[in-house]
Write a protein of this length. Structure first.
Length: 380
């Protein structure tokens, strides 16, 4: 097992990464203010892992209650949040009751937001069970729900007291979900860790085959990057944390514009990173060769290479709701060389329209209804 730390002074917390951690109460017990927990999970993860977690805690003398929500991005809503609040109230959970999020990023985000708001805040433990949530969403304290007008528009910064990433849970993760998580792993290499990007080039096949040591190293190096960024800029006010949003301005537009759940988050981020890379290349910030390298890596990771053709105006409309918008201007995270990212509002809207126009843009589908599972390589 490997332990990393998110250094936030008094609010610092550990990230434990390793196999079979769900069966080991010693990692959770020190973080409980009283021997009672309320677990939030969903209809897919619950049957797989809730009994194990509840047994582990029961054997250590911890009382648990649980709520199982419907599965899917389409349920990252006010309704799910209300259900958690209702259940916490019905079960008379107290300020010292720890809320445990057991699941992927959707459960982590909505349960985290519930923990931030119930009784003005109760302790939170994140137990991420997807690759994406183990390398990204469980770390750093962003919680929230979607709105029909945009992704994650309602939420709070609320740090957990522990992240427990049991890598054994990834054994049951469907391949498409696994690929989605790899997109966020590649993101860290692209924005701030060139040695990690080179390592990924060398080890991607082993990673995709879920070779345990390679997988553990990829998770650790991703969490280490995320923890450093969060420690530097917890509330995304200094410009550093915003860089974690490479591909997300376009990606969130893809998710919202296609209907939540059609494109997986990591798929939308992958297609969004290529759009951002296309912009970067046209601005002269990365070379053609570097753009090809990014495309190849994402293709090898089984990720979609073309964003859906929603039409440039619809993209611009959706991106106008992005949380990074400042003084009415869309701010883009672009690549300033490989391993380095930059936040900028100075991008000509005409250029953005070009990359979003089929035929002109290299990473936009010719057919508006392209499904993310169609991994057609871009032409030219
Ligand atoms: P998800 O939570 O929808 O999980 C993906 C699917 O895998 C679901 O069907 C889920 O039930 C299933 N699943 C989970 N664990 C499993 C397991 N071990 N075995 C089998 N199936 C399993 O999606 P995700 O990719 O984990 O997370 C995406 C969400 O995370 C998005 O809503 C995104 O906005 C959010 N996110 C948040 C942050 C943040 O900083 N808070 C960062 C990145 C992404
Ligand atoms: N996933 C972006 C962030 O946590 O800031």
């Amino acid at each position: 097992m490997k332990t990393l730390c998110v250094n936030l002074g008094k609010a610092s917390y550990p990230i434990h990464i390793g196999p079979d951690l769900l069966r080991q109460p010693q990692w959770i017990l020190p973080h409980l203010a009283q021997p009672s927990c309320f677990i939030v999970t969903n209809t897919t993860v619950g049957p797989l892992y809730l009994p194990t977690l509840q047994d582990t805690l029961a054997q250590a003398g911890v009382r648990t209650q649980a709520l199982t929500l419907p599965d899917g991005e389409a349920h990252k809503t006010r309704s799910a949040l209300n259900q958690i609040h209702d259940a916490l109230l019905t079960h008379r959970c107290e300020r010292q009751t720890t809320l445990i999020a057991l699941g992927g990023g959707v459960i982590g985000d909505v349960a985290g937001f519930a923990a931030a708001t119930y009784l003005r805040g109760v302790p939170l433990i994140q137990i991420p069970t997807t690759l994406l949530s183990q390398v990204d969403s469980s770390v750093g304290g962003k919680t929230g729900i979607n709105h029909p007008l945009g992704k994650n528009l309602l939420g709070a910064f609320y740090q957990p007291s522990l992240v427990l990433a049991d890598t054994s849970t990834l054994n049951t993760l469907p391949q498409r979900e696994f690929c989605s998580g790899v997109a966020e792993i590649i993101k860290y290499g692209l924005i701030r860790d060139l040695p990690f990007l080179h390592w990924l080039h060398q080890h991607l096949d082993a990673l995709m085959a879920r070779h345990p040591e390679t997988l553990a190293e990829a998770i650790e190096r991703s969490c280490s990057n995320k923890a450093e960024v969060v420690a530097e800029d917890e509330f995304e006010t200094r410009g550093t944390r915003a860089l974690l949003n490479l591909g997300h301005t376009f990606g969130h537009a893809i998710e919202t514009g296609s209907g939540y759940g059609v494109w997986l988050h990591g798929e939308a981020v992958a297609a969004g990173m290529l759009l951002a890379a296309d912009l970067s290349q046209r601005l002269g910030w990365i070379s053609e060769g570097e753009l090809t390298l990014i495309t190849t890596l994402l293709q090898r990771a089984g990720l979609p290479l073309r964003a859906p053709n929603l039409g440039p105006e619809r993209y611009l409309e959706l991106m106008a709701s992005d949380k990074k918008v400042a003084a009415g201007a869309i701010r883009y995270v672009l690549l300033d060389g490989l391993g380095q990212a930059k936040l900028t509002a100075h991008v000509d809207a005409g250029l953005v329209r070009q990359i979003l126009t089929p035929g002109n843009g290299r990473f936009i589908a010719l057919d508006g209804n392209v499904h993310p599972d169609t991994k057609t390589p871009p032409q030219g």
